[in-house]
Ligand binder design. Structure first.
Ligand code: 1SD
Ligand code: ZN
Length: 258
């Protein structure tokens, strides 16, 4: 069962992973009236490595999403720091959440509005040596989230990935692709600000280890791009891979900009 969780009955995750009903679960609905300004005398959010083309890039259908990973030249592995983060967080992988049609797909919602696609850039805190260790700590993971809305402008990063989606239509298929720098995803990283809150992984084991940073700038995705994601076969023949929103439980949500 492990690793083959489905999206038809996400409540079933609790049986194997009780923390999936813990107090700081993700995703959440972001109500604008709940968002507070963070008094920040902290250094602004920064990053490096996003403009560097990796030596190798791989896309994988892991049965619950399509995952992009890469191997960068030493010291150029994409890394974020600053803002609400203490220490350096190194990129592990990028993946997406989508729905069967345009009315749903994102995990986070804004004023109960769903977007058709959400991109997650998963980073782990280097102080913890590796991602499996980082997941055990309440500040171990930082996920940069981007919501995408249906529009006419293609996303160049998604275009590069989906060229080879035909090779990973089935779960557990993987292929190397022509490497590109992550800046092709057009991430003028959180420049218009972002909301941040403390949450969890949105998939089993639902570890409560994630500092979420969600860009307030909504990005574009085309219908062709969305349909490419929907053609990827998921475990259990799921037609979507977003988890429903979870209770906020009085957690503060902060708005930050640099
Ligand atoms: O769904 C992903 C999962 O695939 C894995 O990447 C995990 C981190 O190890 O993160 C979750 S999520 O919370 O970024 N959706
Ligand atoms: Zn995700």
């Amino acid at each position: 069962r492990r690793g083959h969780f489905g999206y038809t009955r996400p409540d079933d995750w609790l049986a194997d992973f009780p923390i999936c009903s813990g107090p700081r679960q993700s995703p959440i609905n972001i109500e604008l009236q709940d968002v507070k300004m963070m008094e920040s005398k902290r250094p602004p959010l920064g990053r490096y490595g996003y403009d560097t083309r990796p030596k190798k890039m791989t896309i994988t259908n892991n049965g619950h999403s399509v995952q992009l990973s890469g191997v960068w030249p030493a010291r150029d592995t994409p890394t974020v720091y600053g803002g609400p983060l203490t220490g350096l967080y190194e990129l592990a992988q990028v993946h997406f959440h989508w729905g069967a049609d345009n009315d749903a797909g994102s995990e986070h919602t804004v004023a109960n509005h769903s977007f058709p696609l959400e991109m997650h850039m998963v980073h782990w805190k280097k102080a913890y040596q590796n991602i499996s260790e980082a997941i055990k700590h309440d500040d171990g993971i930082a996920v940069l989230g981007y919501l995408l809305s249906l529009d006419k402008n293609a996303n160049m990063g998604i275009e590069r990935m989906r060229t080879d989606f035909s090779k990973i239509l089935k779960p557990r298929q993987s292929t190397d692709i022509d490497p590109f720098p992550l800046s092709l995803f057009d991430l003028d990283l959180l420049k218009e600000g972002y909301v941040t809150y403390l949450g969890s992984l949105t998939t089993p084991p639902c570890s409560e280890s994630v500092i979420w940073l969600i860009s307030v700038r909504i990005k574009d995705v085309t219908i062709d791009e969305l349909e490419s994601f929907r053609k990827l076969q998921l475990d259990n023949h799921d037609d979507h891979n977003y988890r429903p929103t979870q209770p906020l439980n009085d957690r503060p949500i902060y708005y930050l900009y640099d």
